[in-house]
Design a binder for this molecule. Structure first.
Ligand code: ATP
Ligand code: MG
Length: 405
């Protein structure tokens, strides 16, 4: 894409009304725009990153057997009354239609997927089955000081699995731990599996926490084994030695919850009477699990973690483009641009009439992994520099393409 056609503007300064580094950087570099507290638009650069995050997640959810659906934002009030969450869900937005009918704006989708599952599941032959979606969630969050880490409107992947019995749910739940570990690894995030309060039926749920000082959660973890727990569960504050391996020291850190998995058992199947007929024709309750990933929160987490004093530093897998081609002499970049496109390399081509200093500063701010410069000086070659290195090298385009692969 030509940068002259990107319609994205970087700013000289950080926005004054943001405290969180992720939003400051993403706004300044032209990835997102703030509409009001907790509500953001994704601009072309930001949306490209979102689409890459989604693609990785979608691929892994399909491999895990999920069938993609898209459920509505508008939910009938009755469904939320059925689960008693119309009154108890603090962050539920309630809206009224012109005829006075009340509805909810979906903060999560158990109230839609369970009635839907009731229609689709009849017999043991229909189980297990899983559905997922990638969709906008609405939550009336009390605080919105964390930029896109905590939105009032945000993108989530939510996955729901349905099973004939608890053992099958347990089996699938363990499998999803592995699926999630792979997702976060592919996203370039070091996410730790953390025990958290389980809700009604199981002892624990599990969160995937990226340990960093800016996180809203407090995590206790073992410095030797993989044991970790959210403070709101038990609080290992006074425990010096790891209760799991009995060797390691318990340390504390803040964390960003990028995903979580829950065994719901029959919590929602019961009120919606989601049942199936077993081999003997007996009516049995369906067991379920739910599995979330905060997609826009992942974008914010990556921005929060991967940056330096000059701007963003995207991991290869989710970078908006692979290569930033910077032309310093008019017309000199066109052939290289065409060749890169021909080689299927995603390239942002800075073809604008700005000074080299301005172009380099913007390239650093945007943070694409590879910078290619063409100028009078580079002759038939290109000057190659990685965003995270200082050293540049003069090589042929063919050599660069080999380097990329
Ligand atoms: P939190 O404790 O951070 O409020 P949660 O326990 O309410 O999260 P879920 O309702 O299970 O989270 O949502 C699934 C995932 O969606 C979370 O793991 C998180 O990554 C993301 N998420 C939750 N709330 C928000 C929000 N307000 N803005 C952005 N992402 C969110
Ligand atoms: Mg929450």
């Amino acid at each position: 894409m030509r940068q002259s056609e990107l319609f994205s503007k970087v700013s000289k300064n950080f926005p004054a009304d943001e405290e969180a580094l992720n939003a400051k950087l993403l706004i300044r570099a032209g990835f997102i725009n703030k509409e009001m507290a907790g509500v953001y638009s994704f601009l072309p650069l930001g949306l490209r990153v979102i689409r890459k995050i989604e693609a990785i997640i979608r691929e892994e959810m399909e491999l895990a057997g999920g069938r993609e659906v898209l459920m509505p934002v508008l939910h009938p009030k009755e469904n939320w009354v059925t689960t008693k969450r119309w009154e108890s869900f603090d962050a539920l937005y309630k809206v009224k239609a012109r005829d006075g009918r009340e509805m909810a704006l979906g903060p999560t989708h158990e109230e839609i997927i369970f009635p839907l599952a009731k229609k689709l599941i009849n017999s043991y032959k229909d189980l297990p089955i899983s559905f997922y979606q990638i969709q906008d969630k609405m939550r009336d969050e009390a605080r919105t000081k964390s930029g896109i880490l905590r939105g009032r409107e945000f993108l989530m992947k939510d996955f729901y699995s349905f099973h004939a019995n608890e053992a099958d749910l347990d089996r699938f739940y363990e499998k999803m731990k592995g699926v999630y570990a792979r997702v976060f690894e592919r996203l370039g995030l070091n996410a730790r599996l953390v025990e958290a309060s389980g809700g009604t039926f199981s002892k624990y749920s599990h969160e995937f926490q990226v340990l960093t000082s800016v996180g809203e959660d407090e995590i206790y973890f073992c410095d030797k084994c993989d044991f970790a727990q959210n403070k709101e569960v038990f609080g290992l504050a006074n425990q010096a030695t790891c209760p799991s391996c009995k060797k390691g020291k318990i340390e504390a850190s803040n964390g960003i919850e990028v995903g979580n998995i829950f065994k719901l058992n029959t919590k929602f199947s019961d009120p919606f009477q989601v049942t199936y007929k077993d081999e003997k024709g007996e009516e049995k309750p369906v067991f379920a699990g739910c599995y979330g990933i905060g997609i826009s929160r992942v974008l914010g987490t990556v921005a929060e973690l991967f940056n330096d004093e000059r701007g963003l530093l995207w991991p290869q897998a989710i970078a908006p483009f692979r290569v930033h081609l910077v032309e310093l002499e008019e017309g000199k970049g066109d052939t290289v641009y065409k060749d890169l496109q021909g080689a299927q390399v995603e390239v942002l081509y800075d073809d604008r009439k700005l000074t080299p200093g301005e172009k380099f500063a913007e390239a650093d701010l945007i943070g694409i992994p590879w910078r290619l410069v063409v100028s009078k000086k580079t002759g038939a070659k290109v000057e190659v520099k990685r965003r995270d290195e200082e050293k540049a090298a003069l090589i042929t385009l063919k050599e660069f393409l080999n380097l990329l692969n």
